[in-house]
Design a protein around this ligand. Structure first.
Ligand SMILES: *Cc1c(COP(=O)(O)O)cnc(C)c1O
Length: 444
């Protein structure tokens, strides 16, 4: 171990992590019965350390055109949020103290006040993510005799990896009571399913796919009337949580907002903080004050609450909305960037890549919102297309991924596409030098 450690020279990882990696690699070699020369061991350990180092969280350049990309951290946050995070993270704060009385105060009081305004809701609270918010609601409302959740077969959806509505229901101790068919569910279907064991009616926004053809779903207003007449809560999992009318953003169809859903008679709506809203990971619950305050008293709530950094980031994001500072929310700024501006940047990038054994061209592309929102929407965009002349496309893509900062693109018909809508203008120079550096290394 010592010999390998010395031969490696300085490594930018904690020494104990380096030693553990060396031990593991040596054990693997011993097991395979191989005893290679020191030089080969050092190379192998070096590669293992590189892999470990790359798995550390680091900024990447998103050339995929998917604005809310779950694998790339969903919504990036703006400068004001970053400043607030710095302040709150490094000092003590009034997280749970009332500065008026000096007594213990309510956590997130300011956030809940302003978020309720933004959502047009009587009450609001926040949890770790939208999945947690849904579990909290289901656990609270399904108990004793009443455990059945009435839901349309057309809304038993899966969102990304590991989030399936039927499984979430089951994990929360609720019993699924499916109504209607995959493509058609009427108010009568809901009505017939309600009985003594019914705890609530759940609507789930089919956020990541679109059905067309012989399709019918019951209007929320009608389900709401039914729920009220049978004295049942109506809950909607909205998913994305657009806080502005998305139809006012170029080329994007309308996505229901929480306030719209509440106006249609839903008692409680939940959505993510880090999708279209453009904030930190959080689950937001908005609706009837009476329900919200009961949820906050639930013992399980304590296990799902957000930490102070999330609260600080969300507070700042909400205030941006209330002040109409939409360009301070990166997700919205990226979606609102004009194609003309993207074209000018693409031209500059393409000409800066001249001289490399690479065919770089500008093209038109389609960005999308992603993160399980607005599946039909494509936003016209501008891409830089790269076709390597002296290496395989796979290799170029891999080298760009392993560069600092890593660049993630999309392969399409023999080219690597980099969609500039999701590349911040301040990253253009880094993008150029990463592409150039990939070629410098290949020359060695
Ligand atoms: C994305 C999504 C969720 C999960 O949200 P998280 O914040 O990732 O937990 C739940 N429901 C719907 C409809 C969604 O689109």
């Amino acid at each position: 171990v010592d010999a390998v450690l010395k031969a490696l020279g300085p490594v930018a990882l904690p020494r104990s992590a380096v030693v553990a990696t060396i031990r593991r690699e040596l054990a693997d070699l011993r097991e395979s019965g191989e005893i290679p020369a020191l030089e080969r061991i050092v190379r192998r350990v070096g590669e293992a350390l590189d892999r470990l180092g790359r798995s550390r969280l680091q900024p990447v350049i998103n050339g995929t055109g998917v604005v809310v990309h779950t694998n790339l951290g969903r919504a990036p946050m703006g400068a004001a949020v970053a400043r607030r995070l710095g302040e709150i993270a490094t000092q003590y704060s009034n997280l749970e103290i009332s500065l008026d009385s000096g007594e213990r105060g309510a956590r997130a009081a300011y956030l809940e006040h302003n978020l309720a305004l933004l959502c047009g809701a009587e009450g609001v609270t926040v949890t770790n993510n939208c999945a947690a918010a849904l579990v909290l609601v289901l656990r609270h409302l399904t108990r004793g005799e009443r455990r059945e959740v009435v839901i349309s077969r057309g809304e038993l959806i899966q969102i990304g990896g590991g989030f399936r509505i039927p499984e979430i229901l089951e994990a929360s101790g609720a019993i699924l009571r499916e109504v209607g068919t995959t493509n058609r569910t009427t108010v009568d279907d809901y009505s017939r399913a309600i009985r003594r064991e019914t705890a609530l009616i759940l609507k789930v926004h089919p956020s990541n796919f679109h059905m067309s053809g012989f399709v019918e779903s019951a209007p929320t207003e009608a389900i709401s009337r039914l729920a009220r007449s049978r004295r049942l809560p109506l809950i909607e999992d909205l998913g994305s949580g657009a806080m502005v009318d998305t139809a006012t953003l170029a080329g994007i169809e309308h996505e229901p907002t929480p306030s719209e859903v509440l106006r249609r008679g839903v008692d409680l709506v939940c959505f993510s903080g880090d999708k279209l809203m453009g904030g930190p990971q959080a689950g937001i619950l908005a609706g009837k004050a009476r329900l919200i305050s009961r949820l906050k008293k639930e013992s399980f709530y304590r296990a799902l609450r957000c930490d102070k950094l999330v609260l600080a980031a969300l507070e700042t994001t909400v205030d941006h909305y209330l002040r109409g500072e939409l360009d301070d929310i990166p997700v919205l700024r990226l979606l609102r960037t004009s194609n003309r501006e993207l074209q000018e940047r693409a031209e500059r990038i393409v000409s800066a890549l001249a001289g490399l054994p690479l065919e770089a061209t500008m093209g038109t592309g389609n960005s999308c919102v992603g993160g399980g929102s607005l599946p039909r929407t494509e936003v016209a965009s501008t891409i830089v297309r790269l076709r390597p002349l002296e290496m395989r496309l796979e290799e170029l893509a891999e080298r760009l991924r392993r560069a600092t900062p890593p660049v993630i693109g999309q392969r399409s018909s023999g080219r690597l596409h980099l969609d500039l809508r999701t590349v911040f203008p301040g990253q253009d120079d880094a993008l150029i030098s990463v592409i150039r550096s990939v070629y410098q290394r290949s020359a060695l």
